[in-house]
Design a protein around this ligand. Structure first.
Ligand code: LLP
Length: 432
């Protein structure tokens, strides 16, 4: 579900009018729906009720402390990729004992911190890393729980920058040599082999690559359980969301019945597909969803500054830029664009919506038929709750947007808009 809909002619998040938010807090602003975050977590949890499982929310998708706290309160564990993300989980009241630590380049400091906090497991991406973790753990008089990430060499059929499960990607240990890697790791003094992990890519919209990967890797997981007593098999994240829907008032889906063939993979279909294969392993199944939980739970609202009619195109220039939401520039990502004022039927123009950043790639759409909205009016870039704010930067010395969490009729600032003073503070000392 999602909780963004038109009510009384104005786009709302749950019971809050987004125009009120843009008037009070300015734009650009990220707005998240607590109800949607909770709903997605619970739907996934329910869909997996048949097997012993744990959800490790992928912190990288949206790491705001209030978002993490909401999910920790639901009982979520967390998949982290840095010491910084572990720190965030702990600050938000999450349990380090429910954290898995992924990533190809863990530093000594990060390994020491994670060992001290007694995380559930390191998901290691190479044998070299496991040797190093064993050394650091030995120095601390500890035993490190470790899983290898296996690279199953399965085509995820997604954008090449977010495909991770092919041999040419930097992630994981090749399927062909993984058994040897476990055999050698089992002889290391300060390692306990706790699981097996994989993640083939992100924004997957069909079931087939997931099935192919779990069918290929499950027998290996069973063998590792029998040989080394591992307790979990993590199948990673990657479930895609609808970015390109038809927003309809009052519906809890963003596509219409006519779009049957475009209907994306639902979380229930995903679970029905993978659960029977996974059940046979007898292992605890871990999942690391990021986008599925947070993607459609957030929008970026931005105001139109100017309309510029060029000889070839009409540009609507808005106050958010690629520094605020980089997905279109980096992955050719599609985000639906809707005005906060409900559009009138049939009144559309083909436009490019562009930001103020000095880059040709600074656009949110090109040649798209959009309802008319004028300078001074605000629009929403939908599906921006995952990999939105977390990937924002200060490029062009632009302060980071405000983040707001809506829960029913309550709207709370969960991170104030950054100021220029915040940005300049750490550099000023060098001038003195
Ligand atoms: N587990 C691991 C090991 C991952 O590398 C990722 C994402 C996830 C879980 C969560 O994947 P999800 O369920 O969110 O698909 N910035 C890109 C996405 C990068 C994903 C990186 N890894 C985007 O905006 O599309």
């Amino acid at each position: 579900m999602h909780s963004f809909h038109y009510h009384n002619g104005s786009l709302h998040c749950e019971d809050v009018d987004l125009t009120t938010i843009s008037d009070q807090h300015g734009t650009p602003a990220y707005v998240y729906s607590a109800a949607t975050l909770r709903d997605h977590y619970r739907r996934l949890d329910m869909a997996l009720a048949d097997i012993d499982h744990a959800i490790e929310y992928a912190v990288k998708a949206n790491s705001n402390l209030s978002v993490l706290k909401l999910l920790a309160d639901e009982g979520s564990g967390f998949d982290i990729v840095s010491g910084g993300e572990l720190r965030r989980v702990i600050e938000a009241g999450g349990d380090p004992g429910k954290c898995t630590f992924a990533g190809v380049g863990k530093t000594r400091e990060e390994i020491e911190y994670a060992l001290a906090e007694e995380i559930y497991c390191f998901n290691a991406e190479s044998e070299e890393e496991v040797v190093f973790i064993s050394k650091v753990a030995g120095e601390m008089g500890k035993t490190a729980p470790v899983a290898f990430r296996v690279n199953p060499n399965v085509d995820a059929k997604t954008h090449k920058y977010i495909s991770t499960g092919k041999s040419e990607n930097k992630f994981g240990v090749d399927f062909e040599v993984i058994e040897d890697a476990y055999a050698r790791a089992s002889k290391l003094p300060n390692i306990s082999l706790r699981g097996l992990q994989m993640h083939i890519g992100s924004q997957l919209t069909s079931l087939q690559p997931f099935i192919e990967a779990v069918e290929k890797v499950s027998p290996l997981a069973t063998m590792l359980k029998e040989t080394y007593g591992i307790e979990f098999f993590s199948i990673g994240g990657g479930v895609g969301i609808v970015y390109d829907p038809a927003l309809e008032s009052g519906k809890d889906q963003w596509w219409t019945e006519q779009d049957e063939e475009q209907k994306p993979l639902t979380i229930e279909q995903y679970a029905q597909g993978v659960v029977p294969v996974l059940k046979k392993t007898g292992l605890k199944i871990l999942l690391e969803p990021g986008r599925y939980i947070a993607g459609n739970a957030g929008v970026l609202i931005t105001s139109c500054l100017y309309e510029k009619r060029g000889s070839a195109k009409t540009f609507r220039i808005v106050d958010a830029g690629m520094n605020d939401l980089i997905r279109p520039a980096l992955y050719e990502g599609h985000h639906e664009i809707v005005p906060l004022r409900a559009p009138t039927e049939g009144n559309t123009t083909s436009v490019d919506v562009v930001g103020p950043v000095c880059e040709t790639g600074d656009f949110f759409c090109q040649d798209r038929e959009l309802p008319d909205f004028q300078p001074g009016e605000a629009i929403a870039l939908l599906s921006s709750g995952a990999y939105g704010f977390v990937m924002a930067s200060n490029y062009n010395s632009r302060p980071l947007p405000v983040e707001i969490l809506v829960d029913g009729s309550d709207a709370r600032v969960i991170r104030p808009r950054q100021t220029m003073d915040d940005i300049l503070e750490s550099e000023r000392a060098a001038l003195r």
